[in-house]
Design a protein around this ligand. Structure first.
Ligand code: DOR
Ligand code: ZN
Length: 342
């Protein structure tokens, strides 16, 4: 197959930051995706519907597209109350709340320190059908970084689901075979997003010829057997697995540093990268469900009606891009993509 036309996809996990950086990155997403679930982990996290409304306006005015819809989320803290959950449920533009275990990743220091602190909020979310989006890694520094997702599933997620069996949960950006197995065995209300970078790379890519800060993200890339399990899940046709890029812009200087930030910038060419991953697995016929239907179905949204077309044509990714008054290095900078969005 040399061209592929599918229903316009949605990105169910995206970081766009704020201010000048936001203006640089939002158009990249809006060129490909009809909608995106916007992560709330700004330096000052989005913790109320009023803040989400303001943030949404910034994204809409930066999108350079009249048809792009940001789907807003709130950041759970130890203080999130049931009134906030009710407000999320009745607002037409807020769709979920995100659980960042405090200390797990970028701007997570104001996250939840103990799930017991948000029991009433979780009860309300379960009752109202408001999805809980989860960064699934334990924060205990004594746990090996490559085992933190599995440890989270065992010590936190399984007990959580036992306590709230009807809670809608998205295990975000899964990276391991154990996460795939867990989601497959769980009930229908438990689903997962998968990034393009975790489908295309393994942990060797962090160290090819030297340390590669632009290949550092959280959860960190895992070994090849896990990558293969993710490809199997994404291309299985199961509605439990859908597209979430986790595109996470950081300025070049913050990545290329003695203590570099976590995150890869894939918004530029996300659909090209996913298409390549599905093509490598000989599963292009499974891309549309994964990219355009299953996420929308989980969130109770209509399917998009536009289409996008991709062509099998090699092109070179720019060396760098503008990010506000700085620069950003996209994934595959100066290297090639096999598919091109037309
Ligand atoms: O690599 C990541 N970057 N993982 C996350 O969980 C957060 C994200 C970010 O916000 O930079
Ligand atoms: Zn993320």
């Amino acid at each position: 197959m040399t061209t592929l036309t599918i229903t316009q996809p949605d990105d169910l996990h995206l970081h766009v930051r704020d201010g000048e950086a936001l203006k640089s990155v939002v158009p990249d997403t809006a060129k490909q995706f009809a909608r995106a679930i916007i992560m709330p982990n700004l330096a000052e996290p989005i913790t109320s519907v009023a803040m989400a409304s303001n943030y949404r306006e910034q994204i809409l005015s930066a999108s350079q597209s009249t048809s792009f819809t940001p789907l807003m989320t709130l950041y759970l803290t130890d203080k999130t109350d049931t009134a906030t959950i009710k407000e999320v449920n009745s607002s037409h533009f807020t769709h979920a709340l995100k659980l960042y275990p405090a200390g797990a990743t970028t701007n997570s220091d104001k996250g939840v320190t103990d799930l017991a602190n948000i029991t009433p909020a979780l009860e309300a979310m379960q009752k109202l059908g408001v999805p809980l989006l989860v960064h699934g890694e334990v924060t205990d520094p004594s746990i090996d970084i490559f085992d933190r997702e599995q440890a989270f599933i065992d010590t936190t997620l399984i007990p959580l689901i036992k306590q709230f069996p009807d809670l809608k949960v998205v295990l975000e950006h899964i990276t391991t075979r154990q996460a795939v197995d867990f989601v497959n065995q769980a009930s229908d209300n438990i689903v997962a997003t998968i990034t393009a970078h975790h489908l295309l790379m393994n942990r060797n890519d962090i160290f090819t010829g030297g340390i590669r800060p632009h290949h550092y993200c959280l959860p960190v890339l895992k070994r090849e057997t896990h990558r293969q399990a993710l490809v199997t899940a994404a291309t299985s046709g199961s509605p439990k697995f859908f597209l979430g890029t986790d595109s996470a812009p950081h300025p070049q200087h913050a990545k290329e540093s003695a203590c570099g930030c976590a995150g890869m910038y894939t918004a530029l060419h996300a659909m090209e990268l996913y298409t390549e991953a599905f093509d490598n697995a000989d599963a292009l016929n499974k891309l549309e469900g994964f990219a355009s239907f299953y996420g929308a179905d989980f969130y109770g949204l209509e399917h998009n009606t536009n289409t996008i077309t991709l062509k099998k044509e090699k092109w070179q990714v720019p060396k760098s891009l503008t990010l506000g008054d700085s620069t950003i290095i996209p994934l595959r900078a100066n290297e090639f993509c096999e598919w091109k969005l037309i």
